[in-house]
Design a protein around this ligand. Structure first.
Ligand code: FE
Length: 349
């Protein structure tokens, strides 16, 4: 199947490169099946292949605007009711929540999506749908720590790890979401104590992205860091031996919350509040839950397929038997402002 998809991609790239979202009669004449305007916070070559395959299967023309999630959100606010956006694609349930909270999504009903996607991975009223999974893990130095020392998120606040922990900024949505889960599970007081414990274990002030945390562990600057799993997998699968060496110097733990599993988050999609092409929007989101859609959505990002575990990308083979948290991800957004307050109170900038 993969060979066929790549053929579509090669044939289609020239045909629609540079297509920006648009509405109007010209577009309708050129594309009898219509268009779907996608505002995506992702930027992967594999997504181009994905849109080409969807176009080939449905005749619906995909027009894409790619930018960071905060920028897309501001763009949509400025466009208001005239926004051409049909589908919003963003990573992290906390980021999807921000679009919903700003009134930029609509509750969409789809029997296909409700059947394909477990309830905890979609917003209860259909304001967004999770499509691919990511786990927030601890990457550690196996020469300095045992696996048992980092098999719980709470281990990061253990005094045994003093001066050994690297993290990124607390304003980062991944950190806000994991803190939101801890508040949901343990309550704000315990969550705040955890954050204070982690701060007292800092090897350095929060800085850099997730990959930079892994690099710091490999370089011996710290011995444990909190990152999303796929950053490690991308290093482990990298064409460059130097990049692979960074992963090889470290190990991955899928930690648990107390009496729960590993923090799971999603890349997901929403139907825009004023979608001019709502049916096409749902057709695209439904396509993303098919085996082809799931494969292309995850092959480059190294996320876990959410609907079709059989199409997992290379590099995830070693990650078996993970116990996933069963939290409904809509809770992460609801707890977001509490999470930020807890971080700042603890001095985690
Ligand atoms: Fe990421």
């Amino acid at each position: 199947m993969r060979g066929l998809i790549i053929l579509f991609a090669a044939a289609g790239l020239a045909a629609c490169s540079g297509s920006e979202p648009e509405t109007g009669e010209e577009a309708a004449q050129a594309d009898p099946a219509g268009v779907v305007n996608v505002y995506s916070a992702r930027h992967y070559d594999s997504d181009k292949a994905l849109y080409e395959a969807f176009e080939a299967e449905t005749g619906i023309r995909v027009r894409v605007r790619e930018a960071g999630a905060p920028q897309l959100l501001e763009t949509m606010k400025a466009e208001g009711a005239r926004s051409p956006a049909d589908v919003i694609i963003a990573s992290d349930a906390g980021a999807l929540y921000r679009f919903q909270e700003a009134g930029l999504t609509q509750g969409a009903a789809s029997e296909a999506l409700e059947a394909a996607i477990p309830a905890r991975f979609r917003e209860p009223e259909g304001h967004w749908f999770g499509l691919a999974k990511r786990m927030r893990v601890i990457v550690y130095d196996p020469e300095r720590l045992s696996a048992e020392q980092v098999d719980q998120y709470t281990d990061l606040s253990d005094p045994a790890l003093e001066g050994e922990v690297c993290v990124r900024s607390s304003s980062n949505i991944y950190n806000l979401s994991i803190m939101a889960e801890l508040i949901e599970r343990a309550g704000p007081e315990a969550a705040g104590e955890w954050a204070q414990g982690v701060v007292s274990n800092f090897a350095r002030q929060p800085q850099g992205g997730d990959t930079a945390q892994i690099e710091a562990v490999a370089a011996g600057e710290c011995s444990a860091a909190l990152v999303n799993h796929y950053y490690w997998v991308r290093l482990a699968e990298n064409a460059s031996g130097d990049r692979r060496a960074v992963a090889e110097a470290t190990a991955v733990s899928f930690p648990s919350f107390p009496e729960a599993g590993t923090h799971v988050n999603v890349t997901g999609a929403a139907v825009a509040a004023n979608a001019p092409n709502k049916d096409n929007a749902l057709a695209l989101i439904e396509y993303l839950t098919t085996a082809d859609g799931q494969e292309m959505l995850t092959m480059e990002t190294k996320e876990f397929p959410l609907v079709e575990p059989g199409v997992a990308p290379s590099g995830l083979e070693g990650f078996t038997g993970i116990q996933e948290s069963d939290l409904a991800l809509s809770k992460l957004g609801e707890r977001q402002s509490e999470a930020q307050a807890a971080f700042l109170a603890a001095g985690w900038d």
